[in-house]
Each structure stands twice: as C-alpha cells, then as structure tokens.
Design a protein around this ligand. Structure first.
Ligand SMILES: CC(C)(COP(=O)(O)OP(=O)(O)OC[C@H]1O[C@@H](n2cnc3c(N)ncnc32)[C@H](O)[C@@H]1OP(=O)(O)O)[C@@H](O)C(=O)NCCC(=O)NCCS
Length: 409
C-alpha cells in the first residue's frame, strides 16, 4: 500500500468517530442542456432553468447500466484513495435501478476484489438507503441510479450518477452518534411496479408534498431528540444544510407573494448554508439514491479546504414511497484528514468541463433506444465508446441468458 493510503491497520477495539474517509462521484460524459430541452419540448423559456433551477442533465447511452456505473465509481474510489482490496470488510450498494430481481449489484462489484482473493466482504444491496459499518473493518458504500422518466413533465428532472464512499474510524466527515430522525410511511408518490419498463410511475405534485411533509416531520423529531440529548439543533448551529435534491428549486407555498417574501427573507441563509451544495444537482441532475451525497461533494468543493474543518452539517435524505432520515455530521478538526478527503474530488470541475453537449434529438433517440433494448437477453450496445472517460466501465454485450460482460476504456 502506498504512503498516502487512507486505510491504516485494522483496529482491534471498537471504531471511534466513524465517518467518511474518502468519496468519489461518477457522472456520464454526455449531457443535454436544459435551454435546448425547453425549446425541443416546446415549453416556455425559463421553465426548466428558472422554474426548476436546472441547467444541464447528464444521461448515459446503452453502453452503461447500473453495474457499469457502480464498477466505475468504486474502482475510481479505490484507486484515488489507495484502498487495498484486502482491507475492505463491508460493501453495500444503495440503488433502485434494478436489472435483476435476485442477483445484487454488490455481487458484480466483487470482480474488483477477485485478484486480491478477498471474498470476506459483507453487505448486499438496499433500495432507499444504506447504512453500514463494522468494527475492525473498512466499509465502502455505493449509492447509484440511472434516473430516467417517460416523456412528459418529469423527464427534465432525470440524470445518471453514482457516489462511492469509504467509511472508517476517525473520518473526515463524522456522523453525530445516536442523533437520527426518521419518517417512513406508505404513499404512492413515485414507484416502479412495471417490471418491463425502466420508467417509474410518478405523481410529481404529490411527491413534492410528501418530500416536504417528510422534511418537516424529520426536523421536528430531530430537534426533539437533540433536546433530550442536550445537543443543540438550532439552524444557526449548522454551517451547511444539505438535502436530497431532485432539482434545485423546490418550494411549498401556493401563495406567490408569500413565497417571494419568504424566499427574500431566507436568501442570505440559503446562500450560505445550502446553495453551495446544489452545484452538481444543477449541472448533472437528480441522482436519486446518490443525490444527498452529491450535495455533500458539491459543498466540500465549494470553498478552500482550510475553511472546512470543524464545520457542522445537517443532512436530509428522502426516498419516495417513502423513507426519509435527517442526521448530522461534523467535519474533522484535522486539516490533513479533511484535505485527504477533498483531494479525491478536486478534479470534478475539470471532469464537468470535459463533457459533451448533446442535442435533445440525440438524447431522445438514446432514451428510445434504451427503451426498446430493455430486458433483452441478448444485445450488443451501439453507444459510442470513444466518448466515455478513461477508466470508465462499459457494457460490451449481453450474451444470452441475460449475462452481461463489461470492459474498461
Ligand atoms: C417537478 C415536476 C412536478 C414539475 O412538473 P411541471 O408540471 O413542469 O410543474 P410546474 O408547471 O409546476 O413548473 C415547475 C415550476 O416552474 C415554474 N415555471 C413554469 N414556467 C416558467 C417559466 N417560463 N419561467 C420561470 N418559471 C417557470 C412554475 O411556476 C413552477 O414553479 P413553482 O413550483 O415555484 O410554482 C416534474 O418535473 C416531476 O414530476 N418531476 C419528478 C418528481 C420529482 O422530482 N419530485 C420531487 C420530490 S422527490
């Protein structure tokens, strides 16, 4: 293992200050511009860019699927932070992008550990959220989705993206222990009952209502729990307030004047505590399961690393259907630890600039292609390989019996 490795020797006692030691994101190398999409879809200018606050949307061709994007982000995380495959003891994937009703995406990621001989890696797959960490072992958590909607008002709020995180003791972002508020309920706001389609059934307005109701409930419960533990939960005590962000402008009131007044009053607080976390949402889109962690990444690269130490963050995670949680975290006081974390993601602005802008016509064509190839047991993708970034895993072919084979660029 190299000197800059973040994985030290396996501790024997109970792990302390468990948190995020390394983080990386994968997003496709192609995007459609939301102004182009407004014209193409014949909606009023500004509806997606101002109304939803979205500037660009990443998407992938038939060359990529949930396996390939998880392979890409996990391999990249391991390379960037010099994680030895032998020292990972837990790996879990959070996703709702299913291409198999039984075999988990996690099992596909075991290919990355094959040569090391380490097969002693717990964790499987979860839809909605993923919590994990085991004494003495380092954990990798991958959150990834291909978020695409059928034609209609929801389509501009899609995307494709994956976040991988290395968790372990003495993290750079440490979760505050025993302080988590959860709100779960049975609602039909967004769900995927049609197993022969990649698209969800979504009631957009209901989903916004459910999201905001869950946010209110979680915050109320969080403050109650914090008060019982004599921990401060006032908004002022948080330097950053980060959200699951399906798009960057969600609001709750029907009264336009009231909405404008409240937006004006809260603007300084929003600009300071939340706006820095929305960069990736605006230019990549809604990564579903990965969305909150993309917000964390945006926040971490929004300022010079020296100013990040010891900051306190409040985070809200929402999954339709519904499952939601609010929890808090603190950045380490140790600048070296925080710098190591941020070093893995400073290349993001360059990666964003290197992407290809694709016309809405091509984008629609690609989505139609994905639609007709969905669920085929034999298939050779046609999406261009040369446009993928170096190191990206891609689907080479589905060779019968639905078995998928991957290569890297
Ligand atoms: C979000 C969603 C419901 C929007 O659908 P829509 O029918 O286009 O919604 P609207 O007509 O209300 O337009 C959206 C916003 O753009 C605004 N808008 C419309 N035209 C505009 C224009 N020309 N210029 C500026 N703003 C405009 C609307 O006023 C509205 O803003 P408001 O909510 O502040 O009133 C839809 O994209 C969707 O279903 N997305 C998927 C579900 C989702 O992401 N849910 C979130 C919870 S997880």
């Amino acid at each position: 293992m190299s000197d800059n490795s973040v994985v030290a020797e396996c501790p024997q006692e109970r792990a302390e200050n468990v948190g995020i030691l390394g983080i990386d994101i994968y997003f496709p190398n192609a995007y459609v511009d939301q102004t182009d999409l407004e014209k193409f879809n014949g909606v009023p200018e500004g509806k997606y860019t101002i109304g939803l606050g979205q500037l660009q949307m990443a998407f992938c061709s038939d060359r990529e699927d949930i396996h390939s994007i998880c392979l890409s982000v996990t391999k990249s995380l391991m390379d960037k932070y010099s994680i030895s495959p032998k020292e990972v003891g837990f790996l879990a994937v959070g996703t709702e992008t299913s291409i198999d009703k039984s075999k988990s995406v996690k099992t596909v990621l075991m290919d990355l550990f094959f040569e090391s001989g380490n097969t002693d890696i717990e964790g499987i797959q979860s839809t909605n959220a993923c919590y994990g960490g085991t004494d003495c072992l380092y954990a990798i958590v991958v959150a990834a989705d291909i978020a695409i909607y059928a034609s209609g008002p929801a389509r501009p709020t899609g995307c494709c993206g994956a976040v991988a995180m290395l968790l372990g003791p003495n993290g750079a972002v440490m979760f505050e222990p025993r302080l988590r508020a959860t709100h779960m309920a049975h609602v039909y706001d967004f769900y995927k009952p049609n197993l022969s389609s990649e698209y969800p059934i979504v009631d957009g307005q209901v989903s916004i209502m459910c999201y905001l109701r869950a946010l209110d409930r979680c915050f109320q419960l969080y403050t109650e729990k914090a008060s019982k533990q004599s921990v401060s939960a006032g908004i002022d005590t948080f330097d950053g307030i980060l959200f699951h962000s399906p798009y960057s402008k969600l609001d709750t009131y029907n009264d336009r004047d009231l909405k404008e007044l409240l937006t004006t009053i809260s603007k300084p607080m929003f600009d300071q505590k939340t706006n820095p976390s929305l960069m990736l949402t605006r230019v990549v889109g809604n990564m579903y399961t990965a969305s909150l962690y993309a917000s964390l990444i945006s926040y971490l690269i929004s300022e010079l690393v020296d100013s990040l130490t010891n900051r306190r963050l409040l985070l809200f995670s929402y999954g339709s259907g519904m499952a939601s949680s609010m929890f808090s975290a603190r950045l380490s006081q140790d600048l070296k630890v925080v710098s190591k974390l941020v070093a893995g993601i400073v290349d993001i602005p360059d990666r964003l600039r290197a992407r290809h802008r694709v016309s809405p016509q091509v984008f629609e064509g690609i989505l139609n292609g994905r639609e007709s190839a969905y669920n085929m047991d034999r298939y050779v993708p046609t999406g261009p390989i040369h446009q993928l970034m170096k190191g990206t895993f891609y689907l080479k072919s589905i060779v019968g019996k639905y078995q998928r084979f991957y290569e890297t660029v």
